[in-house]
Write a protein that binds this ligand. Structure first.
Ligand SMILES: [Zn+2]
Length: 144
């Protein structure tokens, strides 16, 4: 009996683009985020670090994830990092129970800016965006 197989139509391309994107695993934003990267930032290929809370682990100094981030930066010669946080993030709601939606948003903004500075301090270009829903559309706004 043969094991099930699937052959992708995506052609294999070796090498790394030097791009890395960090965002939250929340499925409600995943496809829109990939579209944003491709169509707006014109990033066709990039490494991904997709984890609950997205870039929150950077200002929180979570060693295990920071070690993996640093590994990617070095091994894949990352030159540009895109950090994306999003509205109504379950991770933030869980981590900061009792904060109003407005205070949560402010906390995320501060964390994004801290993550941005931390990446830049490693000598890598970085941009940060906040995604939110506006009238049924998912919108990405730069934070700086
Ligand atoms: Zn989230």
């Amino acid at each position: 009996m043969q094991a099930e197989r699937f052959k992708s139509r995506v052609p294999w391309k070796d090498g790394f683009s030097g791009n890395l994107t960090v965002f939250c695993s929340d499925e409600r934003f995943v496809m829109a985020t990939l579209e944003f990267l491709r169509r707006h930032l014109e990033i066709d290929r990039c490494d991904l670090m997709v984890v609950a809370g997205g870039p929150a682990f950077i200002p929180q100094n979570e060693t295990a994830l920071l070690e993996r981030l640093d590994l990617l930066l070095k091994a894949h010669e990352i030159k540009q990092v895109v950090l994306i946080a999003h509205d109504d993030c379950g991770y933030y709601k869980h981590q900061h129970k009792g904060l109003s939606p407005q205070m949560l948003k402010e906390k995320q903004r501060q964390d994004l800016l801290a993550a941005l500075e931390a990446i830049k301090a490693k000598g890598v270009q970085a941009r940060a965006f906040f995604a939110f829903v506006d009238g049924g559309d998912i919108v990405f706004e730069e934070v700086k």
